[in-house]
Design a protein around this ligand. Structure first.
Ligand code: ADP
Ligand code: MG
Length: 356
C-alpha cells in the first residue's frame, strides 16, 4: 500500500512547477547569488538546481530531509513573520518520497570537498559520500512521481504545457531576484544541452527583463509605481471594502505597486511580449483578480493587445492570506474590492498622462 507520508507528500509537490518553486526558494533562502536550473527531457527525467549559497552543515545532514525539519524558524515570532509561501520543512522530505533524489553540498569552510547525501523514501539519511563540489548546494530530482503511476502518466501527457508553465515561473524568479544570476538549460534525451535563458547579476529588475525578453521590450514599457491609499474615508470603495473585509477598523495602511507595464499602443509595433508576472512582497504568485482589473483598464484604451505586466505588490503581511490553493501560489487579498477600484483609477490616470 501507499504510505501516509507518500500521500501527504503528493499534496506539497503537486507538479513540476512545485518542484522548481521549492528548490529555487531554498536556494534563494540560502543566500545564493547564482542559480543554475538544469532540466533533462523538460524535467521528466531530471530537474537539478545548483546554487552557490551557504550550503548544508554536517550536523544537519541527518535531519535535512526529515519531515518538519527546517533551519528557518529561529523563534516563535518567526512563525508569524516568516514568509508563509514555504512549506516549513516539507519540500525535501516530500521529494524523497516522490522522486529519485539526492543532494550535493559544500560549505566555504570545506574547500572543494563536498558530500553527496542519499536518503531513503522517508527522508532518512542513507549514505554520505565524499564528492567534489563547489561551494553551495545542488539538489537533484530524478524521475519525479516514478512511484505514482497515475500522476506520472498525467505529467508525461501534459509535459509540454507543464514545462512552459515552469519556464514562466522561472522568468518571474529571475526578473524579481536582483543580484542573482539565473541560468536555465534543458537537454532532450538524444539532444545537446540547450541554454533556455539566463540573467546576469543585475542591479535592477529592468536589466533582468532585458536579459530575458530583449532590449526592445523596454521601449514599450512604462515604470509602474503606484501608491494606493487604502485608509478609510478616502472615498475609494470604502463601502465595498466593508463588505469583504473582516477587520474594517484595523485596515492595512496601503499598498504600493512597483514594476513595469506596457503602454497601450495602436499598431506602431513597439509591442512587448504577452507576459504577466505578479508578486506579493517580491514572491511570485498568481493574482487573477488583479490581472483582470489591469486587463480591463487596458481594454478601455481600445487596444487589442494584452499588456506586459510585471507587478510587485508591496504590502503588510496582515493584508492577505496564502492558504487558498494547494501550491499556495494563489493568494487572497483582504480589501480586494477597494484595492482593485483604486488600482484601476490610478492606472487609468497614469495611461491618460503617458504619451501613448
Ligand atoms: P524549508 O525550506 O521549509 O525549511 P525544505 O524541505 O525546503 O524546508 O528544506 C529543509 C531544509 O534543508 C532547509 O531548512 C535548509 O536548512 C536546508 N536546505 C534545503 N535546500 C537548501 C539549499 N539549497 N541550501 C542550503 N540549505 C538548504
Ligand atoms: Mg523550502
Amino acid at each position: 500500500g501507499r504510505s501516509v507520508h507518500q500521500i501527504q507528500s503528493g499534496q506539497v509537490i503537486v507538479d513540476l512547477n512545485s518542484v522548481v518553486k521549492e528548490l529555487v526558494e531554498n536556494s534563494l533562502d540560502a543566500g545564493a547569488t547564482s542559480i543554475d536550473v538544469r532540466f533533462k527531457n523538460q524535467g521528466l527525467d531530471s530537474v537539478e538546481v545548483q546554487d552557490n549559497g551557504k550550503g548544508i552543515s554536517p550536523e544537519d545532514y541527518e535531519t535535512v530531509a526529515l519531515k518538519h525539519h527546517t533551519s528557518k524558524l529561529a523563534s516563535y515570532d518567526d512563525l508569524t513573520t516568516l514568509d508563509t509561501f514555504g512549506f516549513r520543512g516539507e519540500a525535501l522530505s516530500s521529494l524523497c518520497a516522490l522522486s529519485k533524489f539526492h543532494i550535493l553540498t559544500a560549505r566555504s569552510e570545506d574547500g572543494a570537498v563536498g558530500k553527496r547525501l542519499d536518503f531513503d523514501i522517508s527522508g532518512k539519511l542513507k549514505s554520505t559520500t565524499v564528492a567534489a563540489a563547489q561551494k553551495g548546494t545542488t539538489v537533484s530530482v530524478d524521475e519525479i512521481f516514478y512511484n505514482l503511476p497515475v500522476r506520472r502518466k498525467e505529467l508525461e501527457k501534459n509535459s509540454k504545457r507543464e514545462y512552459v508553465k515552469v519556464l514562466s515561473l522561472l522568468h518571474a524568479y529571475a526578473c524579481i531576484s536582483v543580484g542573482v544570476r539565473f541560468s536555465v538549460s534543458n537537454q532532450m534525451p538524444k539532444g545537446k544541452k540547450i541554454a533556455v535563458f539566463s540573467t546576469k547579476s543585475n542591479t535592477t529588475t529592468k536589466e533582468n527583463i532585458v536579459n530575458i525578453y530583449g532590449a526592445k521590450t523596454l521601449l514599450a514599457l512604462s515604470r509602474l509605481d503606484l501608491s494606493l491609499d487604502m485608509a478609510p474615508g478616502d472615498g475609494l470603495g470604502t463601502q465595498s471594502a466593508r463588505n469583504c473585509s473582516t477587520q474594517v477598523t484595523d485596515r492595512s495602511p496601503g499598498i504600493r505597486i512597483e514594476g513595469h507595464i506596457s503602454r497601450p499602443v495602436f499598431g506602431d509595433g513597439r509591442q512587448a511580449p504577452d507576459r504577466q508576472m505578479f508578486f506579493v512582497n517580491s514572491r511570485p504568485c498568481l493574482l487573477p483578480q488583479v490581472s483582470k482589473a489591469i486587463n480591463e483598464v487596458y481594454k478601455s484604451f481600445n487596444t487589442s493587445q494584452s499588456p506586459f505586466i510585471f507587478a510587485n505588490l508591496i504590502m503588510d503581511t496582515n493584508s492577505y492570506d496564502v492558504n487558498v490553493s494547494p501550491d499556495k501560489r494563489t493568494i487572497m487579498l483582504h480589501d480586494q474590492t477597494a484595492l482593485l477600484e483604486s488600482l484601476k483609477t490610478a492606472l487609468t490616470k497614469m495611461f491618460d498622462q503617458t504619451d501613448h
